[in-house]
Each structure stands twice: as structure tokens, then as C-alpha cells.
Ligand binder design. Structure first.
Ligand SMILES: NC(=O)c1ccc[n+]([C@@H]2O[C@H](COP(=O)([O-])OP(=O)(O)OC[C@H]3O[C@@H](n4cnc5c(N)ncnc54)[C@H](OP(=O)(O)O)[C@@H]3O)[C@@H](O)[C@H]2O)c1
Length: 289
């Protein structure tokens, strides 16, 4: 009899995790999904609810699983919770749990733009998390995603709200570009990376085939909706981000956009041999609205 694969997922209620759990469940993977708050289980899924991912609650249940996919991450910090606590220390905790549970493989989402030369706090924390994983001795695959697009991602939800009030604001010129990737492709790639040797101990950009400027993206998204697109001064956008915790764009959202990062799509295509969904076509189809 073929042994079934057992996969542990952290941050189960997040955007990537929800889509991934659904996809893996459909593919008959056994799931153990961990979250701070309750959620509905899919077929072949068991859940663990724990605020601090308490070893006493978790360790026995995840013992000898095949893969752990660590999807807990923080993209905006405050005095109560910062990048060091979640992106660095929490990753350390998960790596320790994985080692004690004798899980062989860890998959982690870092970020496009992470490098040893970065001076951005968010990327520094992701860089440190990458190092913890690389030095763990576990078999790893680290992905560096650009913006992951789906019907239920944070930015799509934000744009839909803005369309309702008929104005979308663009910080600065809007000429900086993004290289979005569809969530449907992301879940397939993560699935491939479980046991294929091409993914073993690699850092791989998770980017789609199309580059487009932020302005083009927003225009295509809102096409046919009579939404006004308004450019706001970049200084004002940063001022709002620095002084208002509820600003539309956080400081690091702006840093990432202005950073204009590009990833190696050709390498990803070569490794996965997949036909990628064009996000431009997805936007044109209006399916995200
Ligand atoms: N989405 C993208 O475009 C994108 C791009 C680049 C990198 N990434 C990375 O991919 C990963 C998943 O992204 P996502 O878009 O799915 O993010 P998300 O929707 O914000 O989900 C992250 C999850 O992390 C968990 N979490 C957050 N704060 C926590 C805390 N203080 N303690 C414990 N758990 C906490 C939460 O899970 P529970 O609510 O279940 O507890 C949350 O749902 C993250 O590491 C992110 O940085 C995403």
C-alpha cells in the first residue's frame, strides 16, 4: 500500500493557507492545520487551535509528519507585535517543533526583495527567518513570493472596497512594477515541492509571467467600474503610513512597491514545467471583481 503524505500547516486561517488547505484536501493529502482561532475542517484534515503554538498541545499530534508548511507571517508591525517576534522568533519555535517531531521537510514563504543587502525591516526579518531554516538541517524549500493574487487576498479585498466608493488612490507615480502570481499556481507549486528533488534546499522566486506597473494593475482591475484613479503625493502617502496605523498603505507596503522588485520567472517555469495563469488575463476577465 502507498503511504499517504501527512502535511502540517501553520497559520491555517491566512489567505495562502486557506487556498492551499482546500487544494491539498482535494488531492487527498492528510492535513494537520494549526491556527490561533477556530475554523471549519476540510476532508482528511484535523485541526489544532493554539494561541502560542504550545509544544505540549502540538508536538505529539504532528509527530512523524512528512512536511510542515510554515505560513505564519506579519507584514505590518506595532508596539504590541513586531517582525522580530513573529517572522524571526516564531519561525525559530516552529523549526524547533519540526525537529523534535522528526518532520523531514519545511516549506516557507519569505518575500521577493529579501537579500543580504536589504535595509528594510520587514525583509531583514524574513532574511533572518530564511537563515534559521537553512541552518536547521531540515530539508527545505524557501519561496520568495511577489504579490499573490486571489479572490480573497488582502489587496483584492481592498480594491473591491475602493471600487464601491468609486475612488482608488495610487501612491506616487504608479510607475513601479509588480510581478503578480495567481494563488491557483502557488498552491500547485507548493504541492510539487513536497518531494521533488528540484526543490530540495532551494530558494526560489515565486513570481508570475507578467510585469505590469501598479497603475496598469489598478486600471485593469477596475476596468468598466467607473472608478476614479487618483494619484497621491508619495510624501503624503508615507506621512500617512508613518503617523496612522490604519493607513491604506503601511510603511513597508510602500517600501516594497517602490523597491520595484523583479523575480526569476524563467527559473520557476523551468523547475515546475507548468503553464502559468496570466494575471493580466485574469484581470481582463473580471473574475476578481
Ligand atoms: N500574500 C502575499 O502576496 C504574500 C507575498 C509575499 C510573502 N507572503 C508570505 O506568505 C505567508 C502567508 O501569507 P498570507 O498572505 O496568507 O498572510 P495572512 O493572510 O496574513 O496569513 C498569515 C497568518 O499568520 C498567522 N499569524 C499572524 N500573526 C500571528 C501571530 N501573532 N501569532 C501566530 N500566528 C499569527 C495567522 O494565522 P491564524 O489566523 O490561522 O492564526 C494569519 O492568518 C506569510 O509569511 C507572508 O509573509 C505572502
Amino acid at each position: 500500500m502507498v503511504k499517504r503524505i501527512q502535511v502540517v500547516i501553520t497559520g491555517a486561517n491566512g489567505f495562502v493557507a486557506k487556498n492551499l488547505r482546500k487544494y491539498l484536501s482535494k488531492n487527498n493529502i492528510d492535513l494537520i492545520s494549526i491556527s490561533r482561532s477556530d475554523f471549519k475542517e476540510y476532508k482528511n484534515e484535523s485541526k489544532i487551535i493554539s494561541k502560542n503554538y504550545d509544544e505540549k498541545i502540538i508536538l505529539n499530534k504532528i509527530k512523524n509528519s512528512d512536511v510542515i508548511i510554515h505560513l505564519v507571517g506579519l507584514g505590518k508591525q506595532s508596539v504590541d507585535i513586531d517582525y522580530e517576534m513573529i517572522n524571526v522568533e516564531f519561525t525559530k519555535h516552529i523549526v524547533n517543533l519540526a525537529k523534535k517531531a522528526k518532520i523531514k521537510k519545511i516549506i516557507y514563504n519569505s518575500g521577493l526583495g529579501v537579500s543580504s543587502k536589504t535595509s528594510v525591516g520587514y525583509f531583514i526579518s524574513k532574511y533572518k527567518a530564511e537563515k534559521i531554516i537553512i541552518n536547521s538541517g531540515l530539508n527545505y524549500t524557501i519561496f520568495r513570493p511577489s504579490y499573490i493574487v486571489g479572490k480573497d487576498d488582502l489587496f483584492t479585498k481592498f480594491l473591491k472596497k475602493r471600487i464601491k466608493i468609486k475612488t482608488i488612490e495610487i501612491p506616487g507615480s504608479g510607475n513601479y512594477s509588480i510581478q503578480p502570481i495567481s494563488i491557483n499556481d502557488v498552491v500547485k507549486i507548493i504541492f510539487q515541492s513536497f518531494d521533488q528533488i528540484k526543490f530540495k534546499n532551494k530558494i526560489i522566486d515565486l513570481v508570475g509571467p507578467d510585469y505590469l506597473t501598479f497603475e496598469q494593475y489598478v486600471k485593469l482591475f477596475s476596468k468598466g467600474t467607473k472608478t476614479k484613479i487618483k494619484k497621491i503625493n508619495l510624501e503624503n502617502a508615507y506621512f500617512d503610513a508613518i503617523t496612522n496605523s490604519k493607513s491604506n498603505f503601511g510603511v513597508d507596503d510602500l517600501n516594497i512597491l517602490i523597491g520595484d522588485f523583479k523575480g526569476n520567472y524563467n527559473k520557476l517555469q523551468k523547475i515546475t514545467q507548468m503553464n502559468f495563469e496570466s494575471v493580466i488575463e485574469l484581470l481582463k476577465s473580471g473574475r476578481l471583481l
